[in-house]
Design a protein around this ligand. Structure first.
Ligand code: SF4
Length: 462
């Protein structure tokens, strides 16, 4: 097998479609960043003439966009690759590509364990996917990942994108992360934080609005450190608060969301920009991770539970009707029953509308994986159940408080469970189901009639 490493060009290539009618399939694991990357790979494939496949059975090109944040990510990848090998043995013309975080981290392992893979590419090499495929078809398997020298100029922002819904879009504002949370592999696989230029971001948002997009979600590993690397003459401008206000001025954009801010970096200016920019939704996702000061130190999160709660309270005081959500890790190495009680107490006090809760599992290559005091899985699982029950109760209470209220919702499409119902979303990011068929992308005023921990049921007002 010949492995060729290619350099990265600064600008995306313009090319004549070379694969008209060939079918592609993209399988995505991981976070919104990966989902957005997959949309862009889809855009690049379609610009090359390809069309979506209905499944592996009719796919000529299969891309697996990997994630290494979730547990057992590599087992899942190699399981998938094993199944694809059987298909490829029958149809040798099929091409298999592996991209994303795991590809960036483990490209050699992928090559060794799955030599039938045609292309392995890293997290900043996505814009090169069609060129890499060309190369693989001509010369054999190819691999390309980024190195420490990657900059924003290596990551073009004007890539074509295939979006699942036409009214809503993600917009990347930063890539990478400069923090060092001890449980997290992201800085290793996504690199140092790089901010996109504000003019590029605003151009993209204006273009999206011109295409009919009404809702944008600004994406970054740590959005509120946006602009640090763009400082001029020692002054940090623009900052995330400026960006929120500027995006809020774009005609046609009625909802702005962002994910995720880091609690240590959320300051009064961001809270003020949220409160004063009508398009910014009344929603804040602030990852707590633990309610124990000791565990937060071990995680290197850079805040105490008290500071976290103070920021949450400041945001709630400034932004009327704010809904909050968080991430919590249960069973971090060294977590005692008393640490876990602290987490329960902070969650009780914070009264988040929702929470993403995880049982800690070590990620190779992180500092936490090497720490002593790994918590017995049975103990972690029991703690997780208690936390989930507490959050379930709080989420239900908060949703019940909305019964009888009229809320603006944006229709996403038919409900997956009941085609007689439509699924919509409030400005506070709550899912609301309502009867009838409603056009995706329309705004409706809905009256909330019933509440569950994870959703609301309503009807059209009036
Ligand atoms: S802020 Fe921490 S958890 Fe988030 S991506 Fe950076 S290192 Fe990971």
């Amino acid at each position: 097998m010949s492995i060729v490493e290619l350099g990265m060009p600064v600008v995306p290539e313009r090319r004549i479609p070379t694969r008209p009618g060939r079918r592609y399939l993209v399988r995505t694991f991981g976070c919104q960043m990966n989902e957005h990357d997959s949309e862009r790979v889809g855009g690049l494939f379609e610009a090359d003439g390809m069309v979506p496949a209905s499944g592996v059975g009719d796919a000529d090109v299969v891309l697996i966009n990997t994630c290494c944040v979730r547990e057992n990510a590599d087992n899942r990848l190699y399981g998938h690759l094993g199944q694809l090998k059987a298909v490829k043995d029958e149809r040798p013309g099929m091409r298999i590509l592996v991209g994303g975080c795991l590809a960036q981290k483990d490209r050699q392992v992928v090559q060794e364990k799955a030599p039938w893979v045609d292309v392995v590419f890293g997290t900043h090499n996505l814009h090169r996917v069609v060129t890499l495929l060309d190369h693989a078809e001509e010369w054999g398997p190819v691999t390309e990942i980024w190195d420490e020298t990657a900059s924003i100029d290596d990551v073009p922002s004007n890539l074509p994108t295939v979006r699942e819904v036409s009214h809503s879009a993600w917009v990347t504002i930063t890539i990478g992360c400069n923090n060092g949370c001890t449980f997290c592999i992201v800085p290793v696989v996504r690199g140092r934080e790089i901010s996109r230029r504000p003019a590029d971001i605003l151009r993209e948002v204006r273009d999206l609005a011109a295409e009919g997009v009404v809702e944008v979600t600004l994406l970054g590993q740590n959005v509120n450190s946006y602009g640090r690397d763009l400082a001029v003459d020692g002054r940090r401008r623009p900052i995330f608060a400026d960006l929120l206000r500027r995006v809020g001025e774009v005609d046609g954009i009625r909802r702005i969301r962002f994910t995720s801010p880091h609690p240590k970096d959320i300051k009064d200016d961001v809270i003020a920009a949220m409160a004063e920019t009508p398009a910014v939704c009344e929603q804040l996702h602030l990852p707590l991770q633990s309610g124990s000061a000791r565990i937060l130190r071990a995680m290197q999160r850079g805040y105490t539970p008290e500071r976290f709660l103070a920021k949450l309270r400041a945001a709630e005081a400034a932004i009327s009707g704010l809904a909050t959500s968080t991430d919590v890790i249960v069973g971090f190495p060294g977590e005692t029953e008393s640490d876990f009680d602290d987490t329960l107490q902070v969650v009780e006090e914070a009264r988040f509308d929702g929470a993403f809760m995880f049982i800690y599992s070590p990620r190779p290559g992180t500092a936490a994986a090497e720490m002593d005091g790994h918590v017995d899985p049975a103990v972690a699982s029991e703690r997780f159940s208690r936390l989930a029950e507490l959050q379930r109760r709080i989420s239900l209470q908060k949703n019940e408080e909305l019964i009888g209220r009229t809320l603006e919702v944006l229709v996403e499409g038919p409900s997956k469970k009941d085609p007689g119902m439509a699924t919509a979303r409030t400005r506070t990011n709550k899912v609301l189901h309502l009867p009838g068929v409603h056009l995706s992308g329309t705004f409706i005023d809905a009256i909330v009639e019933r509440a569950a921990p994870s959703h609301l049921i309503g009807r059209v007002a009036g």
